[in-house]
Design a protein around this ligand. Structure first.
Ligand code: URA
Length: 275
């Protein structure tokens, strides 16, 4: 173990001998409020036990993104056809929901465009809104420590994004309408990165990506599948770093989740590029 990993383990409050655990969280994370909604792109595809293998095939079809015959392409269809540059420009100019009136900066996401890992949080906070980068506040420092514990670092092999690209005022939960408006951006980012594994950070991201109202406790500890058309990307759910800052006793469970994600990542080397 190198020095940076040793520091990361210490920040996570875990010892170097931690191994993957399969127990479920009895208490769930505290912010178990109303369910997320709005991402019509992905479906809940649970799931197999913590085997490290991708989960079962889709039961529901992914969102259609074809333009209507003879008509102008829908907003979702145009976004689904964008390259990175167009996507970034579209996010910067987005006025699809009311958050555009209160944001200072959009927060597109950061990292390796061909990363094997994609970490998805909820929405920018105050610091992120100021700087235009995800997870740069206290929660971000913990996230960086979690990455270091895995031998990863921001920007190398990892892409970090949020379900929303703009900050909800006072850090309130994203509304269903905001999630719906922003979903095509995240969906396109996932398609372009095509990671080996997605890690959903917290309830809002997990519920939005899996289109479920299930609690974090019931979603953790197994591998889900995020469906994009014909493709399926393994998805692991863990606690949000901001929650872990308040709930030290769940850091070990978060570590178990990350170990599960690493198993999935390492066992899923095949990636087929977009047609
Ligand atoms: N919390 C999130 O979910 N995302 C951020 O970018 C920052 C805090």
């Amino acid at each position: 173990m190198n020095e940076s990993q040793r520091r990361a383990y210490a920040a996570l409050g875990i010892g170097p001998a931690w191994r993957m655990r399969r127990e479920e969280s009895p208490g769930d994370e505290s912010p178990d409020g109303p369910p997320a909604a709005g991402n019509t792109a992905a479906m809940e595809q649970s799931v197999e036990p913590a085997s490290g293998r991708p989960a079962v095939p889709a039961e529901r079809p992914a969102q259609p993104v074809e333009p209507p015959a003879g008509g102008a392409p829908s907003r979702a269809a145009s976004i689904a056809a964008m390259d990175w540059a167009a996507l970034r420009a579209s996010v910067e100019q987005c006025e699809a929901c009311a958050l555009s009136a209160t944001r200072h900066r959009t927060v597109f996401g950061v990292g390796d465009p061909h990363a094997g890992w994609m970490l998805i949080g909820e929405a920018p906070g105050a610091e992120e809104d100021r700087r235009g980068e995800p997870f740069v506040g206290n929660a971000g420092r913990l996230l960086d420590a979690m990455l270091a514990a895995l031998g990863l670092e921001r920007g190398r092999g990892v892409f970090i994004a949020n379900t929303l690209k703009c900050r909800p005022p006072n850090n309130r939960d994203p509304s269903p309408e905001e999630l719906r408006c922003c979903a095509p951006y995240l969906q396109r980012q996932i398609t372009l990165v095509e990671p080996r594994v997605i890690v959903a950070l917290g309830r809002i991201a997990a519920q939005a990506l899996l289109q479920t109202e299930a609690s974090i406790a019931s979603l953790r500890g197994r591998v889900h599948a995020y469906r994009l058309g014909e493709r399926s990307i393994p998805l692991v759910v863990t606690y949000h770093p901001a929650y872990l800052l308040r709930s030290l006793h769940d850091k070990g469970r978060a570590w178990a989740d990350l170990c599960l994600a690493r198993t999935v990542h390492d066992g899923n080397p095949e990636r087929t590029k977009e047609p």
